[in-house]
Design a protein around this ligand. Structure first.
Ligand SMILES: O=P(O)(O)OC[C@H]1O[C@H](OP(=O)(O)OP(=O)(O)O)[C@H](O)[C@@H]1O
Ligand SMILES: O=c1cc[nH]c(=O)[nH]1
Length: 213
């Protein structure tokens, strides 16, 4: 597994406002959207393209176009949904699949409650959107879901990651013959006793959408 922390002053600035407990939900949603577009720029560095012959007003040339099958973007509900528009701005022709997962706040284990993905993901590059890589349980399960269906290249875009979560994820993926990259805006200090990222930003889903029942 490769972890890439995007080191850019605009990312750091937007992330600081996002973390601030005084930031309200509308601002939090807008900042998430902007941050994801910046992270997506880095995350799509290896997106597959093929040559494309075109004619400019001046001369013929060979450019590139996205290869088929098109990439699949997979937001992890609920909080990952807040990242979808920012991602699709850069990859408007990508397809979108959905995974609904929730972490049990006592055991910290992830459970899947919804799934809408193509049955066959052979040859697909997948971009998984989940703002928080905390214990890593949610992303480990999501990645297994995708590789079980044949996905052959997976990039996870996270706003924040915890070192323990990155280690757990790396261990969980040991032996998986599929390259996995995590692109994040920051690698924070640690997890607290409740499995929250410190200093973190709190509960991403609640800050985006309000308190879940
Ligand atoms: O790395 P982990 O320890 O598995 O935790 C990370 C997960 O926790 C949060 O989701 P949550 O379960 O709170 O659901 P929500 O998105 O519906 O708020 C977050 O959005 C991640 O999906
Ligand atoms: O800090 C954390 C950890 C898991 N999920 C969140 O939303 N925030």
């Amino acid at each position: 597994m490769r972890t890439h922390v995007v080191d850019h002053p605009l990312v750091a600035h937007k992330l600081t406002v996002l973390r601030d407990e005084r930031t309200d939900s509308p601002t939090f949603r807008n900042l998430t959207d902007e941050l994801v577009t910046l992270l997506a720029y880095e995350a799509t560095r290896d997106v597959r393209v093929v040559p494309d012959d075109i004619v400019t007003p001046v001369a013929p040339m060979t450019g590139v176009t996205l290869a088929t099958p098109k990439p699949l973007v997979v937001p992890i509900l609920r909080a990952g949904l807040g990242m979808l528009d920012g991602m699709m701005r850069l990859l408007p022709t990508a397809e979108v699949g959905f995974l609904g997962m929730v972490r049990n706040e006592e055991t910290l284990e992830a459970a899947t409650y919804a799934e809408r993905l193509p049955e066959d993901l052979s040859g697909r590059q997948c971009y998984v959107l989940d703002p928080m890589l905390a214990t890593g349980g949610t992303l480990a399960a999501a990645i297994r879901f995708l590789t079980d269906r044949g996905a052959d290249d997976i990039t996870c875009i996270c706003l924040l990651a915890a070192p323990e979560g990155c280690d757990n994820l790396e261990r969980a993926l040991e032996g998986l013959p599929v390259p996995v990259t995590v692109v994040t805006a920051a690698l924070d200090e640690r997890l607290n006793e409740k499995g929250y990222i410190v200093p973190g930003l709190g509960d991403a889903g609640d800050r985006l959408y309000g308190i879940a029942g």
